[in-house]
Ligand binder design. Structure first.
Ligand SMILES: NC(=O)C1=CN([C@@H]2O[C@H](COP(=O)(O)OP(=O)(O)OC[C@H]3O[C@@H](n4cnc5c(N)ncnc54)[C@H](OP(=O)(O)O)[C@@H]3O)[C@@H](O)[C@H]2O)C=CC1
Ligand SMILES: Nc1nc(=O)c2c([nH]1)NC[C@@H]1CN(c3ccc(C(=O)N[C@@H](CCC(=O)O)C(=O)O)cc3)C=[N+]21
Ligand SMILES: [Mg+2]
Length: 299
């Protein structure tokens, strides 16, 4: 029986969260003189990365934070990047450091992420924060999975006992997503490129989070009727009429309508939540560093 599928408005939820973060930043400034500061680092010329980094910096400024962007040549050495990170770790006016991924091949992502002060690691990618998430500790949680959890909890309330399927197991999205769902009491499955029978797994899922980066991978007819669907995928594909490109998710949105209980659109779903959660992570880091006397009031 077809249902009326709710379209989850991530943009609206993200605007609400951004206003809360702006108010929190203003409170912190009033109480301590500390103005949260985000530093983004982009290495190379990837056009999508340029757009996202610019968007993050603009949003930070729009809500009253400070933000500085470093745009470095594609042939930058790993040593030079590590030296920049060391300087930012030591800078008492910097509260959040974001190294945009992917990095060029001469730079070891694992070494770079491990060099960021875990207290300023607002992506939550440092092994210390990864470990805290995996052991139910209180570290910094990656932005995209946090945004997905906010949308899911607003939609469903408690997630306890639900069958959750995460498609994709990257360090940025899939793995931390699975950890958060486990923490929320879901029975979690993780599918990836070697998974044999994805349609059968999808059919068992009360909630599905897809982060494969594969356009149209998930067919509407695979979904358990009444499932809640979070589509993280951002895939640029040619328009049907061949005139330019557009962005689609991993889930066949048209097919999911009438079958899922609720679904996030692409764009306008998870993406805006990622940015709002990033700013929230910057605020939290600034609050914690201020409480520990580890940062300076803005000059
Ligand atoms: N909305 C947002 O805020 C964000 C969106 N994204 C988007 O989400 C998507 C995933 O990003 P990210 O996690 O960084 O990407 P990665 O490419 O790092 O990871 C993708 C994962 O999906 C798996 N996968 C790929 N194709 C299939 C398939 N056909 N069937 C099953 N599993 C598959 C991969 O398996 P394997 O590695 O084994 O090949 C891998 O585990 C991308 O489209 C990205 O643009 C990312 C971050 C934020
Ligand atoms: N260190 C690091 N941290 C990241 O968080 C990180 C990264 N590297 N590398 C790349 C991915 C991708 N990512 C997105 C952020 C916002 C949107 C976003 O704003 N999306 C909008 C607009 C989409 C569009 O028009 O392009 C939307 O979905 O509505 C998308 C994707 C963060 N990532
Ligand atoms: Mg992220």
């Amino acid at each position: 029986m077809p249902v009326d599928t709710r379209i989850i408005d991530g943009r609206l939820r993200a605007e609400t969260l951004s206003r809360e973060v702006a108010a929190g930043a203003e409170r912190l400034r009033g109480a301590t003189g500390v103005v949260p500061k985000l530093v983004t680092i982009l290495v190379g010329e990837d056009p999508a990365s340029k757009i996202y980094v610019r968007r993050k910096a603009e949003h930070a400024r729009a809500i009253g934070m400070r933000s500085v962007s470093h745009h470095l040549d594609a042939d930058l050495s790993e040593a030079a990047l590590l030296a920049l990170i060391a300087a930012l770790n030591a800078d008492r006016e910097v509260h959040g450091i974001l190294v945009q991924l992917p990095l060029p091949p001469q730079i070891d992502r694992v070494r770079v992420l491990a060099a960021i002060d875990p207290a300023k690691d607002i992506d939550g990618f440092h092994p210390m924060n990864v470990g805290l998430l995996a052991s139910d500790g209180d570290g910094i949680v990656p932005c995209t999975p946090r945004g997905c959890m906010m949308l899911l909890e607003a939609e469903l309330g408690s997630l306890q006992g639900l069958n959750a399927l995460v498609v994709g197991c990257s360090n940025i999205v899939g793995r931390p997503m699975a950890q958060l769902l486990l923490r929320a009491g879901c029975t979690v499955s993780i599918a990836h490129i070697h998974t044999r029978d994805l349609p059968t797994l999808v059919a068992t899922a009360d909630l599905l989070v897809s982060a494969a980066g594969a356009p149209g991978l998930i067919r509407g007819g695979w979904l358990k009727p009444g499932a809640t669907v979070i589509d993280v995928g951002i895939n640029r594909v040619p328009k049907p009429d061949g005139d330019g490109t557009r962005i689609v998710g991993d889930v066949r949105f048209d097919e999911a309508l009438g079958r899922a209980a609720a679904i996030t659109p692409v764009p306008g779903g998870v993406g805006p939540m990622t940015i709002a959660c990033l700013l929230d992570n910057v605020l939290r880091s600034a609050e914690r560093l201020a409480a520990e006397g580890r940062c300076a009031a803005a000059a």
